[in-house]
Design a protein around this ligand. Sequence first.
Ligand code: SF4
Length: 174
Amino acid sequence: MTVPTSIHPPAETPGSPSLLEAGTRERLLSGLGALYGELDAAIASANPLCRTSGDCCRFATYGHRLYATRVEAQYFALRHGWPARDFAQESCPYQKDRLCTAREGRPLGCRVFFCDPAWKGRGEELTELYLRRIGALSESLGIERDYRPFLEHLRGFRQEALQAEGHGEATWPS
Ligand code: SF4
């Protein structure tokens, strides 16, 4: 059974209850923060090319979708919450003017993706390696891996929070 998900409430709903036990939350933040730090250092040492086109965050335009594990989405939500309003899933709502406004908490898929053709093989290696490590962290925390579209996680967190507050189902775009 999965531990109920913690969320960082959006600004409009201050005081939403955090459902993740405090010790688990701290272990998640420190454990995944350390993994991301190692990953970012490995990427920086290889210095792949980024043209800051912003294309990779416009999923439908680019023709791909961002997937993430549950702990990654929890890590993200603890830092950035979720969009206060409904959003289309064709592009990431955290992108503004071609740039990411949530870099600190962004998931593995964002960190490792570069459209630099020379990076492809190394990017795939790092993705496999860090997905395994994130999976091990998830297991140690008693949280299921639950690898699926990132924005679906955020939708689920909001629904759980609203239900916990007694507001029933939230309405989200499909
Ligand atoms: S979280 Fe940031 S890097 Fe990831 S898809 Fe959204 S805007 Fe892009």
